[in-house]
Write a protein that binds this ligand. Structure first.
Ligand SMILES: [Zn+2]
Length: 124
């Protein structure tokens, strides 16, 4: 199985083991959750128009960063790239993250989709 690679969102270079992490900023998560609550108050009820849906707050991105490229010094929540090298690692972390009430506020789903796509294109 191919090792999963992580490129730094700041400098673009690949991140070696113990040189960086994949993280999401909890401060942004809290802002996003507040914006989602406000959206539900503005547009109550189960069905919504496309324009209402288009106003739904974007999820907070997970970013891969070198330790030296991260101005926050790894503000939580951060997972070392050495712990995210295989599909099994991703599954293990996803199971842990699913216990977090804030996971839906982030784009973890998109991270998984992207890594799955990269693995498929590299095996062709
Ligand atoms: Zn970097």
């Amino acid at each position: 199985m191919e090792e999963i690679k992580w490129d730094c969102a700041a400098c673009g270079f690949e991140i070696a083991d113990r040189d960086g992490w994949v993280h999401v900023r909890m401060s942004e998560v809290m802002v996003q959750e507040g914006a989602v609550r406000a959206w539900h108050e503005k547009y109550p009820g189960p069905s919504h128009s496309l324009s209402e849906i288009s106003e739904f707050p974007d999820p907070v991105p997970w970013n891969a960063l070198h330790e030296v490229c991260d101005p926050t010094g790894g503000e939580p929540y951060a997972i070392g790239v050495e712990d995210l090298r295989t599909a099994w690692d991703l599954i293990e972390w996803t199971v842990q993250l699913l216990e977090k009430t804030w996971l839906d506020a982030t784009n973890w789903r998109e991270v998984l989709r992207r890594k799955h796509h990269e693995a498929q294109s590299s095996s062709e």
